[in-house]
Design a binder for this molecule. Structure first.
Ligand code: NAD
Ligand code: DAU
Length: 351
């Protein structure tokens, strides 16, 4: 297959691209606008891969997307490009409406145009996989069962509302225009190449720099953590084996309160990169809570396990150790982000 993937210079997209080029014979046209969250360094080793072509483009540019789809004639689409950080969506929701809703609309229209021109096996095999989040389902109480594929949508943040809107568009394009879509709703990912605005890299880098570790509220909020390569393999599994029109929840059955997870990272760093005095956990600092902070997310992933045979390979201990080790071994990657130098690499970007 030739797969068109959006958002490949971001956290999950870069890991997904690496998994696909390593483990499958598929070729990839990857599309990324290189926003603040996109980083060429995250896929530098893949830029010259014979089965990969990187296109620097914005999914909000409808004409560009239409022309790209016409030129590339992809067999499948995996749509990951998004504004993804909840705190930023509170400070500036406009970009979330543009990229997550309007950008998804542009891709659906571009995909629809080529799909309608396809015939035979190419038409039969075409799939548009929309990568969404568990946050569209809202917030759970502590004793509630996990989200299933039929849990009603109830988003609370501008980010989750914009992702929910994009999910509705995708389903509408399936029902109205018969576009063969697949949807996934995944829980919190962690692993290499995650931008240091999200909890896990924030904590690791604060520890390494000896700075206060910000924990929102009382640290009681619960997330269901999944190692990023397990998400990437789940997406491939859905693309290759999922039933047209279906959605699949993806999660690691690995719920942790924030404070518990933060203490685990501190303990691991006490072993791998000890603080000069005391424990890294001494730097934990409870700060003002996020407005509208969802209490708990938890995924019931029984459908994808049962129907498609997917299961995660990493557990919390192995995944966290790999992640912390990666940040210790890849200082230039995050130092360039913290200094802002990584953005200079956009200058002179090829097409
Ligand atoms: P990220 O912020 O790390 O990366 C997003 C990428 O999209 C960046 O490379 C950025 O440059 C690109 N992008 C943003 N706007 C664009 C535009 N207008 N045109 C083209 N490219 C653009 O995000 P992530 O954490 O890798 O998330 C990827 C996808 O997975 C998102 O759709 C997100 O909603 C979803 N998701 C994320 C998680 C998670 O825990 N990170 C969990 C479930 C679902
Ligand atoms: O559930 C899937 C979602 O997970 C994805 O759709 C989002 O793209 C992704 O960003 C993530 O959203 P969260 O808001 O859960 O992730 P974040 O890393 O921002 O925060 C995780 C938890 O940690 C959350 O309860 C807020 C808290 N937190 C976060 C940061 C950045 C802190 O306590 N301190 C922090 O500094």
């Amino acid at each position: 297959m030739k797969i068109l993937i959006t958002g490949t210079a971001g956290f999950i997209g870069s890991n997904l691209l690496r998994v696909i080029l390593k483990d499958t014979p598929h070729s990839v046209v990857s599309v990324d606008a290189l926003t603040y969250a996109g980083n060429r360094a995250s896929i530098a080793d893949l830029m010259d891969h014979p089965r990969h072509r990187f296109v620097h483009a914005d999914i909000c540019d409808a004409a560009r997307m239409r022309a790209l789809f016409e030129k590339e004639q992809p067999d499948a689409v995996m749509h990951l490009a998004a504004e993804s950080h909840v705190d930023r969506s509170i400070d500036g929701p406009g970009a979330f409406v543009q990229t997550n809703i309007v950008g998804t609309f542009n891709l659906l229209q571009a995909a629809r145009a080529v799909y309608e021109s396809y015939e035979g096996a190419q038409k039969e095999g075409f799939r548009f996989l929309h990568v969404s989040t568990d946050e569209v389902f809202g917030s759970l109480g502590m004793g509630d069962p996990g989200f299933t594929e039929t849990t009603p949508y109830n988003p609370h943040s501008p980010y989750s509302a914009s992702k929910a809107a994009s999910d509705h568009l995708v389903r509408a394009w399936a029902d109205t225009f018969e576009l063969p879509v697949l949807l996934t709703n995944c829980s919190n990912n962690y692993g290499p190449y995650q931008f240091p605005e999200k909890l896990i890299p924030v904590v690791i880098l604060k520890c390494l720099r000896g700075e206060p570790i910000p924990v929102y509220g009382k640290g009681e909020n619960v997330r269901d953590w999944l190692y990023v390569d397990d998400h990437a393999r789940a997406l491939l599994c859905v693309l290759e084996k999922g039933q047209k029109g279906q959605s699949y929840n993806i999660g690691g059955n690995n719920e942790r309160s924030n404070i518990e997870w933060v203490r685990s990272i501190c303990a691991l760093l006490d072993e791998l990169a000890p603080a000069q005095n005391g424990s890294h956990a001494d730097k934990i600092s409870f700060v003002t809570d996020r407005p509208g902070h969802d209490l708990r997310y938890a995924i019931d992933a029984s459908k994808i396990r049962r129907e498609l045979g997917w299961q995660p390979s990493e557990n919390a201990d192995s995944g966290l150790r790999k992640t912390v080790s990666w940040y210790l071994e890849n200082r230039p990657w995050w130092e360039n982000i913290l200094s802002g130098d990584y953005r200079l690499e956009r200058i002179g970007v090829g097409r």
